[in-house]
Write a protein that binds this ligand. Structure first.
Ligand code: LLP
Length: 391
């Protein structure tokens, strides 16, 4: 019933497919790893409403970066007090809307503190800091360090605290997020130590520390998974010592995105043609970078399987899409069982930042999304219609 050809016949090609069992397993593993902490799912990775409800029902909180993400989180049933908004360049209007929704705000700059004080005087809020540590799978996703636009630099933290007090805000939490797609524990632990050190002068007034997200998943078969349990327990141990030393206690927060939803997603595409041109064999599919931007934007690798002819001769090909743009390549020089016209390819691990970053570039509608259960498929977002693309 869940055979790829049937799914494509029923819902159209290309198609985003999420495996409920894989999602549930990732959620359960993360619940265990984050036990005793507040884990807030970063909606930006995938904000499909049905997936959000499943994540909320598993006991996660949510982290939003826009008013609509806040709305989506609350509509999905995340408890209001477990929803945070970690904004960047938040306008007065945006801060007023989020504050009105009753969701706690974490600001990213001293200037932002002043805007919040204008629209929601006397608020308690968080502050994002840049401790100088950055990490990630590509320079575009490194969010800490000298080259990053995010957060208040450590040397300005004292000034930010003073300014908050002057304008009547209470800073009750400090946050950092160093980057995304991190597969080793060390940068995350190092960054946590920096955050703890930075928080020390304000230990008595802080109610929480938020260590952000960034937990990577292995995209290549030979990559080892991050030991999430070891990362979280390493941070918890250090935080416990810090709390004892400062005679306080506080909530430890995390904002996992990719590690919850990345592995459950597959993009099913159909091969339109296979052509030999100059030095390469080009396998053109009916999808492309408008549906999965990661390869084009970051050179990201996603496993691809030829579901129609898994036993065909392994052949080096470039897998591309329909866009009129030469960068529209989903895989370079990939060895695949030689695809033929009409074959179905499965592009794996696209549950995070896949559909979420899809567009209608070239006026091509975004695909449908379905959730696969053991007993069948559930349409969780219909394919975008031509008229909604045309506007
Ligand atoms: N918290 C904050 C403040 C963030 O900016 C992010 C991601 C997260 C949490 C969740 O990070 P995660 O656990 O998913 O790594 N589009 C890129 C990833 C950009 C991540 C942006 N911020 C990609 O496809 O790799």
């Amino acid at each position: 019933m869940n055979a790829p050809a049937e799914l494509l016949a029923r819902y159209g090609s290309p198609l985003y497919v999420y495996d409920a069992a894989v999602l549930d397993a990732a959620l359960a593993a993360a619940r265990t790893a984050f036990a005793g902490c507040s884990a807030r799912y970063a909606l930006k990775a995938n904000a499909n409403a049905v997936l959000l409800r499943r994540i909320a029902a598993t006991g996660f909180g949510a982290d939003a970066v826009s008013p609509l993400e806040v709305r989506a989180a609350l509509a999905a049933g995340f408890a209001r007090e477990a929803v945070s908004y970690t904004g960047h360049a938040s306008s007065r209007e945006e801060l007023a809307a989020v504050s009105h929704a009753g969701v706690e705000i974490t600001l990213d700059s001293i200037e932002g503190l002043r805007r919040l004080a204008d629209v929601a005087p006397g608020s308690a809020c968080g502050l994002r800091i840049n401790t100088g540590i950055g990490a990630g799978h590509h320079r575009n996703v490194v969010t800490g360090g000298a080259a990053s636009k995010f957060g208040v630099p450590l040397e300005d933290l004292a000034a930010a605290m003073t300014e908050a007090q002057r304008c009547g805000l209470r800073i009750i939490g400090l946050h950092q997020h160093v980057g995304s797609g991190i597969l080793t524990a060390q940068p995350l632990i190092d960054a946590a130590e920096m955050l703890l050190r930075a928080a020390t002068p304000w230990a008595q007034r802080l109610k929480w520390l938020d260590f952000g997200g960034g937990f990577g998943i292995p995209y290549r078969s030979e990559e080892a998974a991050l030991d999430l349990g070891a990362v979280v327990s390493g941070i918890r141990e250090r935080a416990a010592i810090w709390c004892k030393g400062n005679e306080t206690s506080l909530e430890l927060r995390f904002q996992p995105g990719r590690i919850l939803v990345g592995a459950c997603g597959t993009l099913l595409v159909r091969v339109i043609e296979v052509k030999s041109s100059l030095s390469a064999l080009w396998v053109a599919t009916d999808s492309g970078s408008h549906h999965l931007l990661r390869p084009m934007l970051y050179g990201a690798y996603h496993r691809i399987e030829n579901l129609s002819h898994p036993d065909a001769a392994p052949t080096l090909v470039n897998v591309t899409g329909v866009l009129c743009e030469s960068g529209d390549v989903l895989a370079h020089e990939r060895s695949l069982p030689l695809p033929r016209e009409g074959d179905i390819l499965a592009i794996r691990d696209v549950g995070a930042y896949g559909f979420a970053m899809a567009s209608t570039y070239n006026l091509r509608p975004r695909p449908a999304e379905v959730l696969l259960h053991a007993v069948g498929a559930e349409l969780i977002r219909p394919r975008e219609t031509d008229s909604s693309v045309l506007g």
